[in-house]
Design a protein around this ligand. Structure first.
Ligand code: DLZ
Length: 169
């Protein structure tokens, strides 16, 4: 099936795995990225794929700004700081939570998920949920490397949502 996307771009829907984003043009966008240092190797791979995809979608690297924070729990606060300036059209929050032996993981995952959604809704700036929540390190590696590197989809989602935001004003 075909569905109408933002600004008349037609996107193909792939029933098996989310959405084919079609041709994305992010040349008008200012993009914020916040990322966590915990699980650094994983996060760096996600960040790299994300930034490469933004460029492939014509986002000008001079129109991006990055904040680094210690862990995923700090991502919502950093995203909130980024919204204050109103100088970004979308924000991508990148982190990786890997389950340990206690309930800490569930607590942080829930707080971060709710926090990021709340910041997007309250600021009118779309916040892309780029946090891997994995049971094992192997799961995290699989989702941060190769064609299944989730940073690719997060960048495309940011461009689509940023354009949607711009089209509302
Ligand atoms: C403390 C902690 C733990 C145990 N695990 C992770 C993790 O897997 N991924 C992550 O991004 N951060 C982790 N953190 C750090 C917290 O996110 C946070 O930085 C600290 O609790 C300080 O607020």
């Amino acid at each position: 099936p075909k569905v109408r996307g933002v600004r008349g771009i037609t996107c193909k829907k792939d029933a098996s795995k989310g959405v084919d984003f079609g041709v994305l043009d992010g040349s008008a966008l200012r993009v914020g990225i916040v990322y966590a240092r915990w699980n650094d190797t994983i996060v760096r791979n996600l960040l790299k794929a994300c930034k490469e995809t933004l460029v492939a979608c014509k986002v000008d690297p001079n129109n991006t700004v990055e904040f680094e924070v210690p862990g995923s729990f700090e991502l919502p606060m950093a995203a909130r700081y980024m919204t204050f300036s109103q100088r970004v059209d979308c924000i991508i929050a990148i982190g990786c939570l890997i389950k340990g032996e206690t309930s800490h993981y569930e607590m942080i995952a829930q707080a971060v998920t709710n926090g990021l959604m709340e910041i997007g809704i309250s600021s009118n700036i779309p916040v892309i949920y780029g946090v891997l929540t994995c049971l094992t390190e192997e799961q995290a590696v699989a989702r941060s490397t190769g064609d299944d590197n989730h940073g690719i989809a997060w960048a495309k989602t940011a461009v689509e949502m940023g354009n949607l935001k711009l089209s509302q004003f």
